[in-house]
Design a protein around this ligand. Sequence first.
Ligand code: FPP
Length: 248
Amino acid sequence: MSEFKSKIDLNRLPKHIAVIMDGNGRWAKQHGRPRVFGHKNGVRSVRAISEASAELGVEFLTLYAFSTENWGRPTMEVNALMALLVETIGKEMNTLNENNIRLKAIGDITKLPAQSYKALLKGIEATKNNTRMDLILALNYSSRWEIVEAIKTIAEDLKNGVITQEEINKDLVDNHLNTRGIPDPELLIRTSGERRISNYLLWQIAYAELYFTDVFWPDFSKEHLYQAILDFQQRERRFGKTGEQVSK
Ligand code: FPP
């Protein structure tokens, strides 16, 4: 077994890991290839990290696959990413089922190109009874969009008398987000050396441990994931309390 894997305390795993998969473009450049080559190789890491997470017993893995801001990239790259999504879901459907992994999505997915949207719905439908781990793709997602949508629905419910102002609390907001029913991520990983959150799960990461690595996404392997989890397990999570209070 790997040196890092054997050190992981399986009783203290993060239930939910969120990942900002970054650095595909720079990885491709390093290899003297077009950006799309980086995304294609990024799919290998998606597979490896999904497999490693499920094997360990992580229950939710959320990957930032396409942000609302990504539409601003060159058309060719956007089209390639959308095609890659369709291709990957088609190819991986059996593996997802064999590994008992349920595919889900967060984001404004109805605005994806028809083919990508269809492939995604097909993948979600085909894996909906799986129970080992939820693999959640953030697609056409941005946290501010999600929060604005939640505010609109809550305001509508308030106006129509479905709820009272006193009923607006954290749980109600949780239940109006795309992530309703999914526990907050305890660990957020961003690859490629950038140290930003980039409009990702802003509400949900209130108490998440942040882990940044210089490794580009296509190079991010199972071993790197194990290292991130070990780093997480070495931290003391206090949730605003004192060290003495949490160690009791
Ligand atoms: C960030 O690298 C990566 C993305 C915006 C897309 C991530 C997509 C994949 C890994 C492949 C498709 C995924 C699935 C789930 C099928 P970047 O392009 O921003 O890299 P750079 O910062 O070096 O330019």
